[in-house]
Write a protein that binds this ligand. Structure first.
Ligand SMILES: NC(=O)c1ccc[n+]([C@@H]2O[C@H](COP(=O)([O-])OP(=O)(O)OC[C@H]3O[C@@H](n4cnc5c(N)ncnc54)[C@H](O)[C@@H]3O)[C@@H](O)[C@H]2O)c1
Ligand SMILES: [Zn+2]
Length: 518
């Protein structure tokens, strides 16, 4: 058995938690090690379209010793509902899923929540494995066995406790996480740090409350510390009788923001960051958090950007009032006396709550003027045959840098202009077609250097014509100045643009062109 980095020890069993770079490629071995020797269950992977485009092939490949299939559904919180659950159950039952088979939830919190829930009710309970792919999933949602779906009247109102057999987190997968998803997860990690891991809070103060720009090594250890923090709380109170409620730190005001904006404007974590700031204010008044300490924490949390919103104090108060009714007339405020000293308080003066809400309304106004509208463009950079030999092959024509160096530079440029990119290379025509098809929804644009297929591949031309995603054809060398047979591109009529002979700058130009189109 590959030794797991962490374990969740519960009275009925101990759950191994692997947290490693590249764990996805070892999924098969890890899954095998939580089964008994003789059995080979069939596996159904549940995942969303974004994650499937990036990681499903590798997951299936890693599980090749099992009979494995997948159910893929659209991404987003909107899928965490009865209608989706029902289609999943229908498909599992009609495909002959057995009680002894295994479900694997491959994705963020939405996927693991719905997968765990489906597993808990199908045939009165089947086994499942959580493979969280977001920071929020790894540090929070996948740990603890809370599963569920949303109801029209509120989030997570329907659900069960159903622990997975194992939790497998591949930190490499975070590399493709969009900016706002990083932020969403960062809030939960910051929350755990304030609750129970002061050494992590110190690191956050030093580096940044937004983990997207943390150095790799520090990030790895921070995620493990955050997971440990959540594990400790779940071990002490699996069914959320008391201590587990502490995890709601910052969530009372955070929830009020989400309700006041109809869950539309803020990612959950963005609201939690703001909720934590309002919580500090209340903590100074209600439980004597020293105001210098509150300011110091607030200064760190305030560094995280968030959308601007015009919300009134009354909207915040009425959302709180609604939560209060649901909780039998009493809000349980989770407040901080100091870092690592949370307290649950029921009687907080109304005027203090109002003051904190006033502060919050101020923060909300100050948000980023452009609420990230343009920042989410995603671009696939696809390099065709022989480009893997860049640097070795005819350097006088193609330059001396390697493909890796080229991709790294493109990646850095993309970061500067807030474009998320993914780089792929293949020498095979069919694989290039597969990649164009697979990423057609994920990507807002594709930068494609088709190599010598440019001059011959009608199949690639058909693939580009078949998808709506704009494709820009890029060549390092100037194909119009080379041999006759290289002058003609069968692809350019179906591409939005051709950029040729500009070396790596051609890729930059294509990136900027696509970013402007967004
Ligand atoms: N069960 C629990 O204890 C618990 C705790 C906290 C949150 N939650 C739930 O978790 C959900 C939120 O989870 P989330 O923030 O992970 O959201 P999510 O599952 O919607 O994922 C966020 C987005 O990122 C994409 N994505 C996922 N992994 C990716 C990757 N590696 N690369 C690129 N894109 C990727 C997804 O397709 C999706 O669009 C909420 O429904 C919340 O209620 C549950
Ligand atoms: Zn949360």
């Amino acid at each position: 058995m590959i030794p797991p980095e962490l374990q969740l020890a519960l009275p009925e069993r101990t759950i191994p938690i692997w947290v490693q770079d590249g764990a996805l490629s070892r999924l098969g071995t890890m899954v095998r090690s939580v089964l008994s020797e003789k059995e080979t269950p069939r596996i159904t992977i549940l995942t969303d379209e974004n994650v499937a485009a990036l990681y499903l092939d590798e997951a299936i490949n890693s599980l090749k010793d099992f009979h494995t299939r997948a159910i893929v559904f659209p991404p987003g919180e909107g899928e965490k509902q009865f209608a989706r659950l029902r289609t999943i159950l229908d498909e599992l039952i009609s495909e002959g899923f057995q009680r002894s088979d295994l479900l694997v939830g491959l994705g963020g919190g939405v996927v693991t929540d719905i997968c765990g829930f489906a597993a808990s009710i199908l045939y009165r309970g089947v086994r499942w494995v959580a493979v969280p792919t977001t920071l929020l999933g790894m540090s929070d949602a996948a740990i603890g066995g809370k599963t569920g779906i949303d109801h029209a009247l509120g989030k997570n109102l329907i659900g069960t406790f159903h622990q997975p057999q194992a939790i497998i987190a591949d930190l490499d997968m975070l590399k493709t996480l969009p900016e706002r998803e990083w932020r969403s997860g960062s809030a939960e990690v910051a929350k755990t740090a304030l609750l129970s891991t002061p050494e992590l809070w110190q690191e956050i103060q030093k580096i940044s409350p937004d983990f997207s720009n943390w150095p790799q090594e520090e990030l790895q250890s921070a995620i493990r510390v955050a997971m440990r923090g959540k594990i400790d709380i779940v071990e002490a109170d699996e069914r959320e009788q008391n201590q587990r409620r502490l995890l709601n730190l910052g969530h009372t005001f955070g929830h009020a923001i989400e309700v006041a904006t109809n869950y539309q404007a803020f990612r959950h974590g963005e609201a939690v960051f703001l909720g934590l700031r309002a919580m500090l204010h209340l903590s100074v008044r209600a439980v004597g958090l020293p105001s210098e300490e509150a300011h110091a924490i607030d200064a760190v949390l305030a560094k995280v950007p968030h959308p601007a919103a015009e919300i009134s104090i009354d909207q915040i108060l009425s959302a709180l009032e609604h939560d209060k009714k649901k909780a039998h007339g009493k809000l349980h405020w989770i407040l901080l006396k100091a870092v690592e000293q949370p307290v649950i308080v029921d009687d907080v003066k109304d005027e203090w709550v109002r003051e904190a809400a006033e502060e919050l309304v101020g923060y909300l106004k100050e948000g980023d003027a452009a609420p990230f509208g343009n920042r989410l463009s995603r671009v696939l950079v696809l390099n065709g045959p022989n480009l893997n030999l860049l640097g070795e092959r005819e350097p006088e024509v193609y330059g001396s840098q390697t493909l890796q160096e080229l991709e790294e530079k493109i990646r850095r440029r993309a970061e500067q202009i807030d474009v998320e990119i993914l780089c792929r290379q293949s020498n095979h025509e069919g694989e290039l077609i597969d990649l164009l098809q697979r990423f057609r929804h994920w990507a807002d644009g594709i930068i494609f250097n088709p190599g010598a297929f440019t001059h011959t591949s009608i199949a690639l031309r058909d693939a580009i014509a078949a998808i709506d995603t704009p494709v820009i054809e890029v060549h390092l060398s100037d194909i119009s100045k080379r041999e006759d047979f290289r002058r003609q591109s069968v692809l350019s009529p179906v591409c939005v643009r051709q950029i040729s002979g500009k070396g790596i700058s051609g890729y930059f130009e294509a990136l900027e062109f696509l970013a402007e189109q967004k």
